[in-house]
Design a protein around this ligand. Structure first.
Ligand SMILES: [Zn+2]
Length: 713
């Protein structure tokens, strides 16, 4: 360990050493007994101009931990100035030193060991440390990506961000070599004019009704880390109907939007608390962040200023609601290190997928589910039958985000369908109540949701969480039989068993929905004379791999694999920048076969005009105009993104981007955000038309798969 003079001339150090002398009493009063979890009390002095942190940690190890030593991990960017183990009323031995323990494969973290002197029954570990924390913000800002994950610890005039897994605070190590959940208390000594927020609840020494910024925070129950953020921001506060404090810290530029966000949080709490139980912290803070993020911590979220600046669009499902729900899932109930990450799945189900439905707009939730299935259809490798299963998400980097979030959300939807709404939400509430402040596995979830195993939830988890891949569910036969309608379905691979909704389309124009037990049931009761078609899973309730002929064309399909840009020699810089994002792709002024085509601009469109016209959703493009869905757009501020199945190339897709004038090209860098639509038209930068080209997914009565007729399109 490099030598440091602990009494050198360092601003803040005197303050720390003074608070240290006062703290042992304060800490043991403040923190709960008995100590099931380690108690960590932090005094943090920030020198923002110098990107410096100086801090002291006082840790009471959990009862039952090793009696002769204490292990902790700390960021390699930080230096221990002083560390000793003492107990109340005992004179500390300041000559004690923390020794390094080799920690293979970890460059960013150092492990330290402190001897616990003989005779100490209730050890109090004191660690004083300092260092510069200045992760490069720009390096992690990647065009088209929502989160900058490479910033973990940063202190500067731009802002303070110390993430809960950056080891900016000493992290106790238990007898198994893991990091246990801990109770944390943080006191920040920042700078005038700055507001801070840390993991947990605000602690106010005096005024109970104070909804303002706070420098002192404590977790109401053990958490799996401690985060701290701060900046020069304004404050708007309110209280939900249920009594939760809501605080919004924004920059001056976004201050006018703060009331909208505050109102949205009130609305979300009113929607979700009756379903999943009381919000698990006293306060929910939204803090504007100084880099790309939508990060959730216990009691607060850090949202990119540019996302907040989107105004009402920042309130679409999956943004603020998602971050708030992590207060329960992931920051209230913790993902067990023994199992995969279930918290993104349940959070995405409750927010991204289902919020509109819970607010009475089920059709929009249905569209979202369809979108999830389309993503898989566009790129089945996202969840291959020999790839990692959902229970590997968060543990195996090969497990795609799609599996963790999108498949996961649909799996929860299937669970909810199997249980029915009442039992589902009662089970979710039970799960939160039983596991807040604890780790939970997928099996814990299944047991909370279906305690008597009456609804087959454990079986669903077995098939869709523990096993990779999706059933294909293609109808191979739909014919009139003696006792009704005979239906055969091929799942493609594996053994599957679940309730499958199907829709019978009737001659009178109506329909009848039935649920069959797949794969046992082959006959559906009904009079064949009244039925024209069958549709499998008409409202997208089952996680499955859609047949290619049922896919709606989007940019996802085009970008999936084997991309070729059709682009003229003369082209705007925006086109070059976009092409540069796909180093694997080829490009030329003419189309090539057996590739997905990305057609950029009017000249390129001319080279594929036949395919544009012959597609099942045709468009036409000319000099300064384009035509789609029978409508002509000829204003210079209009631009279009349009995807279609290639009419001559089986299994291939194409996407066209055209702009009538120069200004529309600015939209090209954002096109990957429109993954659920077939066609988008912009005018003056705003979306004015949004189309989804729905293929016919009905199977005609009398269909039987044969070598000549392998599918029904
Ligand atoms: Zn999330």
């Amino acid at each position: 360990m490099p030598h440091h003079d602990p009494r050198g001339n360092r601003p803040g150090l005197a303050l720390l050493l003074t608070t240290l002398l006062l703290l042992p009493v304060a800490a043991s009063q403040a923190l709960a007994n008995p100590k099931a979890a380690p108690q960590v009390a932090l005094q943090v002095v920030l020198d923002i101009e110098e990107s410096l942190i100086r801090a002291s940690a006082q840790i009471e190890p959990a009862a039952g931990d090793a009696a002769d030593h204490f292990l902790f991990d700390l960021s390699s960017d930080l230096t221990v100035i002083m560390a000793y183990v003492t107990e109340e009323g005992r004179r500390p031995d300041l000559t004690q030193q923390a020794v390094h323990v080799p920690l293979p494969h970890h460059q960013d973290v150092q492990r330290y060991k402190l001897r616990i002197p003989a005779g100490i029954e209730e050890p109090l570990v004191v660690i004083v440390y300092e260092g510069t924390l200045a992760d490069d913000v720009e390096a992690g800002e990647i065009e088209g990506q929502v989160h900058n994950f490479s910033v973990q610890a940063h202190i500067s005039e731009r802002g303070v961000f110390l993430s809960d897994n950056s080891y900016w605070a000493p992290n106790p190590v238990d007898a198994h070599g893991s990091h246990p959940l801990c109770d944390y208390e943080v006191t920040v000594h920042g700078e005038a004019g700055w507001v801070f927020v840390a993991t947990g609840d605000p602690i106010r020494e005096t005024d109970e009704g104070d909804l303002g910024p706070c420098d002192h925070w404590r977790t109401p129950r053990p958490t799996d880390g401690v985060a701290l953020a701060g900046n020069r921001l304004g404050t708007l506060s309110g209280v939900s109907d249920s009594g939760v404090e809501i605080v919004v810290h924004t920059s001056e530029g976004n201050a006018r939007l703060a009331p909208m966000f505050l109102g949205a949080v009130k609305e979300y709490l009113a929607l979700y608390e009756p379903l999943i139980g009381p919000y698990p912290y006293r306060r929910f803070t939204i803090m504007e962040n100084f880099f790309s993020s939508g990060f959730a911590y216990p009691g607060f979220t850090l949202m990119d200023g540019r996302v907040l600046g989107m105004g009402p669009r920042a309130l679409m499902p999956g943004l603020l609601d998602h971050e708030m729900l992590h207060a329960w899932w992931g920051n209230g109930v913790y993902v067990s290190p023994e199992d995969g990450n279930w918290c993104e799945a349940i959070t995405s189900h409750h927010a991204n997928m289902s919020r509109y439905g819970l607010q009475g707009e089920e059709e929009r939730s249905q569209d979202y589910r369809r979108g999830n299935l389309m993503k898989l259809a566009a790129d089945p490798a996202l969840d291959a039958a020999d790839g990692p299963a959902l229970d590997r998400f968060g543990r195996d980097p090969a497990c795609d985000r799609y599996v963790g979030y999108d498949k996961g959300a649909l799996v929860f939807h299937m669970i909810r369908q199997a249980l029915g709404d009442e039992a589902y939400w009662a089970g979710v509430k039970r799960f939160a109540a039983d596991y807040l402040g604890k780790h939970a596995t997928w099996d814990d979830l299944a047991t909370s949701l279906d305690p008597e195993d009456e609804h087959g939830i454990a079986t669903l988890v077995e098939q869709f969480v523990r096993r990779p891949g999706a059933p294909a569910l293609a109808a191979t036969r739909f014919v009139a039989g003696e006792d009704g309608l005979v239906l055969d379905i091929d799942a493609g691979h594996g053994d599957w068993s679940f309730d499958l909704p199907v829709r019978l389309h009737l001659k009178d124009g109506g329909h009848r929905d039935v649920t069959i037990e797949y794969p046992e049931q082959h006959t559906i009761a009904g009079d064949p004379a009244t039925v024209t078609h069958l549709e499998i899973d008409p409202t997208f309730d089952v996680y499955r791999l859609m047949p290619a002929n049922q896919v709606l064309p989007t940019i996802n399909n085009t970008l999936a694999e084997g991309l070729h840009f059709v682009v003229g020699e003369e082209r705007p810089e925006a086109a070059d920048q976009f092409i540069a994002r796909y180093p694997e792709a080829t490009h030329s002024p003419q189309p090539v076969s057996d590739r997905n085509l990305f057609i950029l601009g009017e000249t390129a469109a001319g080279a594929v005009s036949k395919a544009l016209a012959l597609a099942s959703n045709p468009v036409a493009v000319g000099d300064g105009w384009f035509e789609v869905d029978g409508k002509r757009y000829d204003k210079p501020t209009q631009a279009m993104l349009h995807s279609f199945r290639h009419p001559d190339e089986s299994g291939r897709y194409a996407t066209l981007f055209v702009s009538n004038g120069e200004v529309g090209w600015q939209k090209l860098r954002l096109v990957t955000h429109y993954r659920r639509d077939t066609t988008i038209v912009w005018e003056d930068g705003e979306v004015i038309t949004r189309l989804v080209h729905e293929p016919d997914r009905r199977v005609p009565l009398g269909f039987a798969k044969s070598p000549e007729k392998p599918s029904y399109d």
